[in-house]
Every structure is written in C-alpha cells, then in structure tokens.
Design a binder for this molecule. Structure first.
Ligand code: C2E
Ligand code: CA
Ligand code: CA
Length: 972
C-alpha cells in the first residue's frame, strides 16, 4: 500500500475505497443488495451485486429495470411470507431475516436473506442486505429430520423399548414401549440413569454396571446384557439391553442409544428346555428315544451307566442291542401290540449289559405323537431293579424259611406239599407226610435254657434233613414240630426205611455248650393219595393225629394214620350233618305200602317206609341213609318224626273212613330208649284218637331176640296202649320155639329174601313153610313181604299164607296216592282159585323148586362169558335133584306111574338132552346160538312144571292126606 498524500490523497483514498468495496461485494458469497420500498408499494433495487445471478438466476439489470422480477423467482409457497416479512421489517424498522425457496433454472434452492432497513425522508424504506444460498445445509437438515422421523416410527413400531442417554446432561429418554415393558405410563418415570439403576435386580446390578462401564470406557466393543428389571407390579422381567455410544473426537462417549427387548418368554422356555435337558441328562433313569424305524436316536448318561454302552455305540442301533434272550418273541410282540393300541407299555424286562451281565429293569415306554397324531418317536424310561429283585428274593427267603434252622417254614411247606400232591397224582406215585414232634424238648429248654434248646433244634434239624433224599422236604412248623414230605414212593412200604432213619437221626445225642443232650421224635404218618379226595391241610391234620397216637404209644416211634377208619368217620359225621338239615328242611317223607289179603283182595293195612328227597341225589331209599343214624341221637328224633307222621296219617285216614292197620318200623336203638313208651304215649295223645290195634310196631326179629326180656315187656305195655307188634324179617333171626312163645307179637313178617327165592330154592321154600307152620301153631298172623310175581302169590296162597305186601301188589307210595290205588286195585284173578295145599304134596313143590333152580343155573352158565369160570349144573338126568326125586318116586310107586313114565320122565330127559346140546354149542364157539336155545329149554321146563302143578291141583282137599310122596332128600 502506498503512503497517502494530502490533496491527491483525498481522491485517491476514495477511489481506493471504492475499488476495495467493489472487490468485497464481488467476492462475498451470495449477493449484496439495496432495496427500496415506497409506501405506495412500488419498489426498486438501487444496487444489486453480480452474485444475484448465482442466487436468483437474474442479472442486476433485470432487477434494476423491474424490482418485481426478484419476487417472481420465489417459490410460490414462500412468496407471501417473504413479502409479509419485508412489510413487517419496514413498519417496525426491524432486521429482515428469512429463509425461503427460490426456483432457479427449474431447480428449487434454499436461500437465506438478511437486511437492515432505514427510513428515508420521502417515507420510503431502504434496506441494505445480502442473500446467500443455503441449499446444502437445508438438504442435510432435511435428511436428518427424515431419519429422525423414521427412527421415531421404528421406535414406536417395534416391540423393543428405546433409551437415549445424554451423558453430558445425564438425561435419559425412555421410549413409551420401554416404559410399558415395565408397566409404566409415559412420563411416569424420571428420565435419569439412576431410574434405571433403581429398577435393576440387585443380583444383576454388579454384572450390568460393570458391563456398562466397561463399554463406556471402551474396554468392550459392544454393549449387550441380559438382566432382570422390576415391573411396576413388583415382578421381575427379563430384558436384554443393547446400546451404541456416540463418541467425540477424543473417543469420549457423550450419548448412548439403545434398546430393551423383553426376553421373558425366551427365558422361560430356555428355563424349561434347561430343565428338560437336565432331567434328560441328570435323570437316574435310563432314557432312550427311538424313531419310527426303531433306531435309537438319543440316550442319556444313565442309559450308558446302566447298560454299559456308550452313546456312540448305542445311537443308530435298535433296542435289540440289549436283548438278553430271556423273553420269548411273544413277549415283545405283545409289548408292541399294546404300544400300538394304547401308546404305553410298562413292565419288567430282563436285559443284557454290554459286559454280558443280565439285569432286571422296570421299563416304561410311551409313544410320542406329532400334530397329525402319527407316532414319530418312542421314549423308553427304565431303571435297574436288579437290586430290588435281589432284595425281593431275600424277602421271599425270609418269608419262606425258618430263621433258626434255615428249613422251609409253614408257608413254603404248603407250596411244596401242594406241588408234591399234584406230581404224585400225575406220576402215580405215593407221597408220605411225616409229622414230627420231638419228645422231651421242653425239658431241655426248661433245664438248659433257650440257647441250648436252639442249638439242639438246629442240630436235630440238620441231621433229619440229612436223612431226606433230594426232592424231599423237611420243614419246621415252629417250636419242636417238623414236617417231612417224602415224594416219589412206589408204595407205602417204601417209606419205612425213611421213617426209621428219621427217628434215628432225631434220637442221637447232641453236643451242646451244656454238654450232651438227647431227645427223640414221635412221628405221625399220613399217605397220599387216599381213597377219597383230600386237601393238604387235612393231610397235615391226619399226620398230626397219628403223631399223638405215636406219643400215646410210648414216643420215639411212628404211627400211621388209619385212613379207612377216618374216612368212614368223616363220611358219617358229614352225612349226619346233612340229615340233620334234611330233617329241619322237611326233606323226609313217609311212603306207604299196602298190605292185602291176596285171596279176598281186601286192603288190611299199610307199612310206613321212610324216603328222603335229597336235594341233589334225588329220592333216596332207607338203605342209603338209615344206617348212618342207627345209633345216633338224630336217629331217635327221626324215629319220633316217623311215628308222629304215621300216627297223624292214620288219624287222617280214619277220619276219611278208611280203616286199616298201619305198621311202623322201629329201630332197635329207638325201641331201647327207656322213655320209649312214654314218648309213644305222648305222641298218641297229641294226635286225634286212633282205634286200638290199628297201629303196629315192626321190630326186627333179630333185635327183639337180643333183648328178649325188655322187648317182651314193651310188647306187653304197648298192648295196653292198643299198639300191636310185628316181628319183622322173620326167619332171619333163628327164633326158637321157646322165644317165640315169649314174644307175644301179633304178626310175623316173612322176610322177602325167603319169598323171593322160594320158587327156585327148595330150602327157602321149606323156611317159608316152617314159618307158616309156626305162625299157625302159635296163632300169630303171618304176612309175606316182597311178593313180586303172580307165582309167588300163588305159592304163598297154596302154602296157606293169604296176607302179603310186595311190588306185584303195590309199590310204596306217597299217602295221597293211596285212595286212587284202592279204587283201581284188583288181586290177580288166579289167586282166588288157589287152594291151600295138602301138606303131603309139599315134596312135589320142593321138586318143582329144584327143577327151576337147575334150569336157572344152566341159564346162568349159558349167559355167562365163555371164559368165565362158572360150572354147569349136573348134566346127568338121573343125578340132578329132580332126577333123584323122580327115581325115588318111581321106586315108591307113589305117583301115577303111567303119567310118570309117559310124560314126566321123557320131558325131564328132553330137558337134559337139550341142555347138553346147548352146552356143546357154547363150547363150540356159538354162545349166541346157545342162548337162543334157552327159550326152548324154558318151554320144556314149563311143560314139565305144568304137569306137576296139574297134579297138585287135582289132589284132594288139604285136610285129606295124600300118601306116597316121599320127602326130598337132604341137600348134599
Ligand atoms: P322192611 O321193614 O323189610 O321194609 C320192606 C322193604 O321191602 C321196603 O324197602 C319195601 O320197599 C321193600 N319191598 C316191598 N315190596 C317189595 C318187593 O316186592 N320186592 C322188593 N325187592 N322189595 C320190596 P325200603 O322201603 O327200602 O325199606 C328198607 C328197610 O328200611 C325196611 O325194611 C326197614 O327195615 C327200614 N325202614 C324203612 N322205613 C323205616 C322207618 O321209618 N324207620 C325205621 N326204623 N326203619 C325203616
Ligand atoms: Ca318192616
Ligand atoms: Ca322185611
């Protein structure tokens, strides 16, 4: 710069200033201007720098000419505002400042203008100012705003809470979501770092603060931390915080922005997974997961521990890896079936470990289904129960063995005995049960104490055990009682040496702490099987009973239980019980069998016969039950019941106008009761009165004889009561004449045994005849029992016996059927014709009986099997009894000899010839033909007998003797 001179200095100075100003105006960015506005509204630009071109795209001349041009380039939306701003500045003479848009070359640009106004004298306003382009700044401002807007949208839109921490001012912005995550409304919390710290879980505090500080100090590159924050409701929420710090040039953070993510859900499922994983990993149970192909896809540690297989070894294999071969294929088939059906299976399985050891496991398999319900996995859970099994085994041992001796106890014995009984049955072998009771053991206990007693028991048990064979059982029942079961014996005798050895073993001296002590054993023995079915405990009782017998008999021995005796005793008491019940339940009933006069057909009486309507066995006859009560008190009550019922029935019939005699069978035991008569009397008094002599008591002849005096007395006393007496089964008791005289019974009942056989057996016929003679001699009424055929009736009639009962006349019947029977009954027509036979003709009857008997024997022989040992009767026609009789007849000439020679003898010979032929036929192997020949034989027999019968009937009346009939020779 030049030094100034004063004159030219002044103008120089001015020029210089102008140049400088010019330069400034040109170089200042933007444009410099003067703008003048008159109150009437017109305006001008007194000055405008060249910069207007870059700002407005106008030349200075253009705005000189028309100031409005400068307003025409303004953005239409901004024009009004700018004009208003100018007017305001003019009015108030205040600084004009505005930012507005200009449209230049079709492009919108932002400009900023500033000008200071001055009022001129003419009232106009003159501004001096400048305008510059601020488009660049505006764009970045706009971008910032947009991005902020976007952020805001994101903040509000995402689920995460946002925080913005201004470190310099310690102000924290918590977004609404941040607040609501913890249950707060916007504005409810103070925006400070401390607020956050106060919400932080104490247990997380150190860790989180350390993280934050570390990040701020630049130790860590990221800030990401999980923590619990307190919810407004007091609960804790898992939150994950992430943050990013803004740092200044020195790397010092001045602002940190970040987010809060609610990870409660994730934490929970993580916890569940964690739990599941730890259950899987830490479970004591082995776990195995298989896929649909049955391949093992996962196992846990316990699986490895139990099975010995590692994970690598097990994965991809099938569970068959563990198969022990212990179970049949059906077992697994059943398992699969159940899994398919129910989705579950549970049970015990024997598997094999890798080292080969077999172990027991309790296995639980469940099917796992997918959403479609298809099985996609099976989960098997198992634990080793080998130890429990062993324990169980031990428990069983304790439960089954006696602690002192180690022998099986009562419960195991029961098992073994039951098994032995089944086997014995199957193998057809015997078993022997020995009940052993030590003799003198109590004494050892008392003198030496229990310790010595126990020692003795142990030793004796040991020794007895040693005598048993393999398969036998020696058990201790308790105390000094033992049971031995010997099995597989071929017969009962085979047990003898075993029992001897047992006795010997028990009786050997035993060395104890107290010196030598000695006992012996009493043994009761029972066998199995027995006649009837028998239970194990019954067998034990039998052996027990027998053991007592052995004790009674002097100890140190065995006694065998008497089966037969016991059986009948048992049956007896059983049937007694049953009959007692039957009596109470009215299962007994009296049947009545008519007794008639065969010649006249008159009904003279009935015999009461007891019947039992057994609930399961049906109608029982007295032979099946009466013997059981024979000597029992029940028998007496039954007897009374019969008497009572019979008397009532008799009274009833009398009331109906039916007059008959009623016979009641009285058992000896009943009769011998001292109060028998009193009871009878009482019974009679209870019922409506019955006519004298209508009740008759039947007593077996044999019984009456045994106690003749008493029965005689009874008969006498009964007579006073109007009750009669009959001697039943007469002929079987061998009464002598003297006895019969003594027993004043009114009736003699000829036993049906004699009646049944008299036609074919001359001796039986002789007895019947004799009984009838006796009855006649002693003026007793004879009555025949058991008339089963017409011929028997005829024979009895011809012998002079008119009274009879029997199936041919009537079977015993219930009382209500008697009337109907009476109405229908008629005696056999032939009976009316039969006359009493002259006694002289008896030999003829005997001969006929002999012939019948001979024919019967022959018939039996022919009917019998070929190899049976039977003998035919005498075949020689002159050697049989009938033949002999014929010879004697001929010799004595007592029979019409013409008839004898022309009819009887030839018929008899024919019989024998046919008989011989039939026997040969049989021997020649044609038994059937031989049997058919019998019919012809019977024809011949009947022809022969009819001849003789005709002879009898042609004989003179009974009282006229018929000479010349020799008696039958005595039997050989
Ligand atoms: P019993 O006193 O000799 O009775 C006659 C038996 O012969 C009855 O047998 C009867 O049914 C049977 N009888 C009758 N006619 C015929 C015949 O033509 N052929 C054959 N084969 N048998 C015939 P039941 O009823 O079986 O009685 C058997 C025995 O039981 C009786 O023999 C009697 O001793 C006894 N008894 C029956 N009922 C009683 C009773 O109430 N008390 C007592 N203490 N004993 C009775
Ligand atoms: Ca009788
Ligand atoms: Ca009888």
């Amino acid at each position: 710069m030049n030094p100034p001179d004063s004159r030219s200095n002044n103008s120089d100075q001015r020029g210089d200033l102008l140049r400088r100003l010019q330069k400034i105006v040109t170089h200042v960015p933007g444009m410099v201007f003067q703008y003048r506005l008159w109150p009437d509204g017109h305006s001008s630009f007194p000055y405008c720098s060249q910069g207007i071109e870059s700002i407005y795209g106008l030349s200075p001349q253009q705005v000189h000419e028309d100031a409005r041009a400068a307003f025409q380039v303004l953005h239409p939306q901004d024009v009004q505002r700018v004009r208003q701003g100018v007017r305001t500045s003019a009015e108030q003479l205040s600084l004009w400042h505005d930012e507005y848009r200009v449209v230049k070359d079709g492009e919108v640009r932002w400009v900023e203008g500033e000008a200071s106004p001055e009022r001129l004298d003419d009232g106009s306003t003159l501004w001096h100012g400048h305008i510059r382009d601020i488009s660049a700044r505006k764009v970045s401002e706009e971008r910032l705003r947009e991005s902020e807007e976007r952020l805001q949208l994101i903040f509000n839109g995402i689920n995460d809470g946002v925080w913005d921490w201004d470190l310099l001012r310690n102000q924290v912005y918590f977004s609404p979501r941040w607040m609501s995550q913890l249950g707060y409304q916007p504005g409810e919390l103070e925006g400070r770092y401390e607020t956050f710290l106060q919400l932080l879980h104490p247990a997380d505090m150190d860790r989180v603060v350390e993280q934050i500080n570390g990040y701020l100090e630049g130790d860590s590159r990221v800030y990401e931390v999980e923590m619990r924050l307190r919810h407004k409701d007091g609960s804790w929420r898992w939150i994950m915080a992430r943050g990013l710090a803004l740092r200044d040039a020195q790397g010092r953070p001045y602002r940190v922005l970040g987010s809060h993510t609610d990870i409660e859900q994730r934490k929970r499922s993580e916890a569940r997974l964690q739990l599941a994983a730890s259950v899987f990993a830490d479970a004591q149970e082995g776990i195995m997961i298989t896929d649909t192909q049955d391949r093992i896809i996962d196992i846990n540690q316990a699986f490895c521990d139990i099975t010995g297989y590692s994970r690598e070894e097990a994965l991809g294999r099938t569970p068959n890896l563990l198969n022990s071969g212990h179970h049949k294929p059906e077992f697994f088939a059943q398992m699969r079936q159940q899994l398919a059906d129910t989705g579950h299976w549970r049970g015990e399985v024997w598997n094999r470990r890798k080292d080969g050891e077999i172990y027991a496991e309790m296995l639980n398999i469940s099917a796992v289904h997918d959403e479609q319900g298809q099985v996609h996995h099976h989960v098997a859970l198992f634990f080793d129960i080998t130890v429990q099994k062993r324990h169980q085994h031990e428990l069983e041992r304790i439960a089954h063995y006696d602690a002192l001796t180690g022998l099986p106890n009562r419960s195991l014995l029961a098992d073994r005995l039951g098994q032995a009984m089944v086997n014995a049955e199957r193998r057809n072998q015997r078993i022997v049960l020995a009940f052993i009771d030590l003799d003198g053991f109590k004494q050892v206990n008392d003198t030496h104490g229990h310790r010595i007693g126990d020692q003795l028991l142990r030793e004796v048990a040991q020794r007895m055990r040693a005598t048993c064979r393999e398969g036998d059982t020696l058990a201790r029942l308790g105390g000094d009682e033992f049971i031995a079961v010997f099995i597989d014996l071929a017969d009962v005798q085979a047990s003898e040496p075993l029992l001897r050895r047992l006795l010997l073993a028990a009786s050997q001296p035993v060395q104890t702490e107290a010196g030598s002590v000695q006992v012996s054993a009493s043994v009761g023995v029972a066998f199995y099987p027995q006649q009837g079915p028998i239970e194990a405990d019954q067998l034990l009782r039998q052996a027990d009973q027998a053991m007592y017998k052995a004790k009674q008999a002097g100890k140190n021995r065995y006694h065998v239980f008497d089966q037969a005796q016991d059986l009948s005793l048992r049956r007896h008491s059983q049937s007694l019980q049953e009959m007692e019940q039957a009596l109470q339940q009215g299962q007994f009933q009296l049947y009545y069998q008519p007794q008639v006069n065969m010649r006249s057909g008159a009904l003279i009486g009935v015999e009461a016969l007891i019947r039992w309507h057994h609930p399961s066995r049906g109608l029982l006859l007295p032979e099946h039950f009466l013997a059981e009560v024979e000597n029992d008190e029940l028998g007496l009550r039954l007897g009374d019941w019969v008497l009572q019922g019979a008397i009532a029935q008799l009274a009833h019939w009398q009331a109906q106008g039916l007059d008959l005699t009623l016979s009641v069978n009285i058992a000896a035991h009943h009769l011998h009761q001292t109060d028998f008569i009193d009871r009878l009397q009482a019974l009679l008094q209870q019922a409506p009165p019955i006519r004298p002599g209508r009740l008759e008591l039947e007593v077996l002849e044999a019984n009456a004889l045994n106690d003749r005096e008493r029965v005689a007395e009874l008969i006498h006393r009964c007579d006073d009561l109007g009750v009669g007496f009959a001697l039943d089964d007469f002929g079987t008791g061998y009464s002598s004449l003297a006895y019969l005289k003594h027993l004043s019974a009114q009736a003699l009942k000829i036993d049906r045994g004699f009646v049944g056989k008299m036609l074919e057996d001359a001796e039986q016929l002789a007895i019947v005849d004799s009984v009838l003679c006796l009855a006649r001699a002693f003026r007793r009424r004879p009555i025949a029992e058991g008339v089963e055929t017409r011929e028997q009736g005829q024979m009895l009639l011809s012998l002079g016996c008119e009274l009879a009962q029997g199936f041919f006349i009537a079977r015993p019947m219930p009382p209500d059927r008697l009337q109907a029977w009476i109405a229908n009954w008629q005696p056999d027509p032939s009976w009316g014709q039969v006359r009493k036979l002259n006694h002289e003709l008896m030999p003829l009857l005997y001969a006929m009986a002999e012939h019948r008997a001979w024919i019967n024997r022959l018939g039996q022989y022919l009917q019998a099997d070929r190899d049976s040992q039977g003998e035919p009767p005498e075949l020689e026609h002159d050697q049989c009894r009938f033949g002999e009789w014929l010879i004697s007849l001929r010799d004595q000439g007592g029979y019409d000899s013409l008839e004898l020679h022309t009819q009887i003898e030839p018929l008899h010979l024919q019989v024998h010839q046919l008989a011989e032929a039939l026997i040969r036929q049989r021997q020649n192997g044609d038994p059937a033909g031989a049997r058919q020949g019998l019919a012809r034989l019977h024809q011949l027999r009947d022809q022969l007998l009819q001849r003789l019968q005709a002879r009898i009937e042609a004989a003179p009346a009974a009282d006229r003797a018929m000479a010349g009939h020799p008696p039958l020779p005595p039997p050989r």
